[in-house]
Design a protein around this ligand. Structure first.
Ligand code: F6P
Length: 372
């Protein structure tokens, strides 16, 4: 059963990546397989930069944050090479063969799943693991890294209460999550935020301001607003929806491309647009308002126990699939167990917070303002 396994980590770093590399490596070595890691995501596969992952390399990394392999957001089909951007997929296929790999395991989020599928379509044996603090990978209940980030963001909200309460301020805390609200919603509920704004529920500033003023009139002269980095106002959401409709209706590739660029620009403008919300809340409530952006703090440091467990179980399940030569799949956490789901059903799909999700209902039931 001697097989050669390649591993790479791609996209943003996430707590639990090393725990997953360790689990795959240790389980594989015990089954007489050899494991190598490629440095810095798909770039390392293209540049043929690899390292052997033996028992020594895998030892002592369970609790270490980040990824021992390094990572990047480089895509196989659009790789910056010198001053050009090139399709380097075939070079990666050659390097896969050069190492006599039986399978390449790609650990990453939504972008990585798409890139991995591209390589699978080129004939490579691919297995992926779902990794992102955003928890937005389709077909899995949870992604590795999410629980740790949830804990960090919740603790941050706990700590921000001290200043909000003592200084009678509004504190807006921006939480990561890209276009999904899992992290802001989860941490907002767990940390007792008074307002939670997520991309899936476009908000109105007036409604948020009124909820804060209502609290103030009742004697609570502070408020915590947990806002997902991708949250948007109802006007912004309507505008984007209109552009998306126009794009769906046009047959002209140039118009379609320019609409796509405009939608991208508007979305980019939302990410980081939390400062505008803080300013408007201060104007509309007359309460001193401050912004805290948690940023990369949420991705750093040691993984939580739940993430170490998840990473270990996904990693060992991955090696079981390799033994069965079951490729072209992502190892997903589903209903308390770990299963293979076709990569084609994962790539290109995003798992957003459903509006009828129990977290949304519970937040509303305890009186949290969701901005709508
Ligand atoms: O996907 C994980 C994530 O941390 C998102 O929450 C965030 O939008 C993004 O990565 C930030 O990416 P970068 O590392 O490129 O700044």
């Amino acid at each position: 059963m001697s097989k050669q396994i390649g591993i790479l980590t791609a996209g943003g770093d996430s707590p639990g990546l090393n725990a997953a590399i360790r689990a795959i490596g240790k389980t594989a070595i015990r089954s007489n397989m050899q494991v190598i890691g490629f440095r810095d995501g798909f770039r390392g596969l293209m540049e043929n930069r690899s390292q052997r992952l033996d028992g020594r390399a895998l030892s002592g990394i369970l609790t270490v944050g980040g990824t021992i392999l390094g990572t990047s957001r480089d895509k196989p089909h659009r790789m910056p090479v010198g001053t050009r951007v090139m399709d380097m997929t075939d070079v990666m296929v050659d390097n896969y063969a050069r190492h006599y790999l039986d399978v390449l395991v790609c650990l990453g989020g939504g972008g990585t799943q798409k890139n991995a599928l591209r390589l699978a379509e080129k004939g490579l044996n691919i297995i992926t693991l779902p990794k992102t603090i955003d928890n937005d990978v389709a077909m899995t209940d949870v992604t590795l890294g999410f629980d740790t980030a949830l804990g960090i963001a919740t603790e941050a909200i706990d700590r921000l209460h001290s200043t909000a309460h003592s200084h009678h301020r509004i504190i807006v805390v921006e939480v990561m999550g890209h276009r999904a609200g899992w992290l802001a919603l989860g941490a907002g509920i767990a940390g007792g935020a008074d307002v939670i704004l997520v991309p899936e529920i476009p908000y109105q500033v007036d409604i948020v301001a009124e909820a804060i003023l209502r609290r103030s009139r009742r004697g609570s002269r502070f408020s915590i607003v947990a806002v997902a980095e991708g949250a948007c106002t109802q006007e912004q959401a309507t505008h984007i929806q209109e552009l998306e409709q126009q794009r769906a209706q046009t047959d002209d590739p140039e118009i379609s491309a320019s609409l796509k660029a405009e939608i991208k620009r508007l979305r980019a403008n939302m990410i980081g647009g939390t400062l505008r919300l803080v300013q408007r809340l201060e104007e509309q409530t007359g309460l001193e308002s401050r912004l805290t952006i948690l940023g990369y703090l949420q991705r750093g440091g040691i993984p939580s126990a739940a993430d170490r467990l998840l990473s270990t179980c996904l990693g060992t399940a991955c090696v079981e699939l390799i033994k069965k030569e079951h490729y072209g799949v992502m190892v997903a956490a589903r209903g308390g167990s770990y299963e293979a789901v076709p990569l084609s059903q994962v790539a290109g799909n995003v798992k957003l917070v459903p509006l009828d999700h129990p977290w949304v209902q519970s937040a509303g039931a305890v009186g949290t303002c969701l901005g709508n």
